[in-house]
Design a protein around this ligand. Structure first.
Ligand code: UD1
Length: 426
């Protein structure tokens, strides 16, 4: 397997383009199942997850044509040719569950493999299924698959109240509700910007969604949706990760992308407390460390607009060098501290108490061979490697390929010493 070799100690400086958001692109691609017409998405990132979902969609009858080096892709689904999402693809990427809502809404039935557990926790899909039931679907679980059927072939509007905020369940029900008969009210909806991106695209396709950006989404079902062209929003997690890279290396990066400060709300608030400064420019935002040392901050991960769980590992890497101590509480996923032992192997001082980590700042991290078991944990090790004494080797980098587009190229272009070694990792 490939690995990354990083020599720490180089200040990052220059412009760094932020890619389209993976977590916005995936549901938007699934929305193409809702119409016979063409949905053209631009600003798509080059990522393994995008390829995996494209394969899954093609299996359902989606025809794709791409231009602009694969950044603009047209998705056309004249007919749904297959309503079964197979285990072999779903197990690779949990977001595959997002085909369930659109398939059920358009065809009146869908069968999707249960995604199973994953490295950062159990991650059930009960909220998705209860939502579909509230819209009249009959759900059966058999042989590892969930089969959903809408009686008389069409979902009916209903009240869907989520006891817990779920990004994926909100997206799945939102897509399904666009073609249901009558009105659907989604209460305690997730408010992540990726949901607003999806809702705006659906409205451009002829859907009737109100309350975008709030906790309550009201959807009046329509008979059909039509095609449109839509640009995927910038990746706020990628931007937040590189903001931390700028601060940790005491560098100055101009992150290039639209509305970055706005979509990074929770992250920006916490990073400012840590001493990071943000200055908006015409094309993006300049990020520097304003204080002499990184300041310790206490943080609990929260749904948007709170501090995102997808930034927790990267923040922890930064806090390993803080002037005092930091308390980081993970409230979204139960098993999301797998980067802790690896950061400790690089000289960090972190103790864990259940879902809370206490990070005491050290003067210097030390390079080491490390590996991570999920995407954001892998990025925390890259960040640590950028400032560690001597070399760090990050193994299992297929996780990074799922979520950080051209990581080595982007970091090298702003001064990092980082290479990808083929077949040298474990
Ligand atoms: C999405 C993001 C992921 C991010 C997460 C939280 C995508 C493709 N992925 O994942 O990067 O970390 O939001 O911001 O957008 N839950 C249930 N039952 C369900 C669904 C969720 O109990 O049916 C729980 C989960 O176990 C978790 C919490 O709800 O504890 C939030 O999960 P959710 O928001 O659904 O995450 P994803 O949509 O899977």
């Amino acid at each position: 397997m490939d690995r990354l070799a990083i020599t720490g100690g180089f200040r990052l400086e220059g412009q760094l383009p932020i890619s389209g958001a993976k977590n916005a692109a995936l549901p938007l691609m699934c929305a193409s199942l809702l119409t016979k017409d063409t949905l053209t998405l631009s600003n798509l990132p080059h990522l393994a997850d995008i390829k995996t979902l494209t394969m899954l969609l093609q299996g359902h009858g989606v025809e794709t044509t791409s231009e602009n080096d694969g950044r603009t892709v047209s998705f056309t689904t004249p007919n749904i040719t297959n309503t079964v999402a197979p285990y072999d693809i779903v197990r690779k990427m949990r977001a595959s569950i997002l085909v369930l809502g659109p398939l059920l809404a358009r065809e009146g039935e869908a069968t999707v493999s249960l995604p199973g557990g994953c490295a950062i926790g159990n991650r059930p899909i009960d909220l998705h299924l209860k939502g579909f039931e509230a819209m009249g679907a009959k759900i059966e679980l058999e042989e590892g698959y969930v089969r959903a059927v809408a009686p008389d072939g069409r979902l009916t509007g209903g009240k869907v109240h989520f006891p817990t905020v779920s990004v994926g369940a909100t997206e799945n029900i939102l897509m399904a509700a666009t073609l249901a008969s009558g009105e659907t009210v989604i209460e305690n909806a997730a408010r992540e910007p990726e949901i607003a991106d999806l809702a705006n695209c659906l409205n451009a396709m002829g859907a009737k969604i109100e309350g975008i950006g709030t906790r309550t989404l009201t959807v009046t079902g329509v008979e059909t949706l039509h095609g449109t062209e839509y640009a995927v929003m910038p990746d706020r997690i990628e931007a937040g990760s590189y903001a931390i890279a700028a601060a940790m290396t005491r560098g100055e990066l101009e992150l290039m992308g639209d509305n970055l400060i706005e979509v990074m709300t929770g992250t920006v608030g916490v990073l400012k407390e840590a001493g990071v400064e943000f200055k908006e420019t015409d094309g993006g935002v300049i990020v520097t460390l304003g204080s002499e040392k990184i300041k310790g901050v206490d943080v609990t991960t929260q749904p948007y607009p709170g501090f995102p769980t997808d930034m927790q590992a990267q923040l922890m890497a930064m806090m390993t060098l803080c002037d005092s101590a930091s308390v980081i509480n993970e409230s979204i996923f139960e098993n999301r501290f797998m980067h802790v032992p690896e950061l400790c192997r690089m000289g960090a001082d972190i103790t864990m108490h259940g879902s809370t980590a206490i990070v005491r700042g050290v003067e210097q991290l030390l390079g080491a061979p490390v590996m991570a078991t999920d995407l954001r944990a892998s990025m925390s090790l890259v960040l640590a490697g950028l400032v560690a004494d001597r070399q760090t080797f990050v193994n299992r980098i297929y996780h990074l390929d799922r979520g950080y587009e051209r990581l080595v190229e982007k970091l090298s272009a702003v001064g990092a010493k980082i290479t990808r070694d083929a077949n040298l990792g474990i």
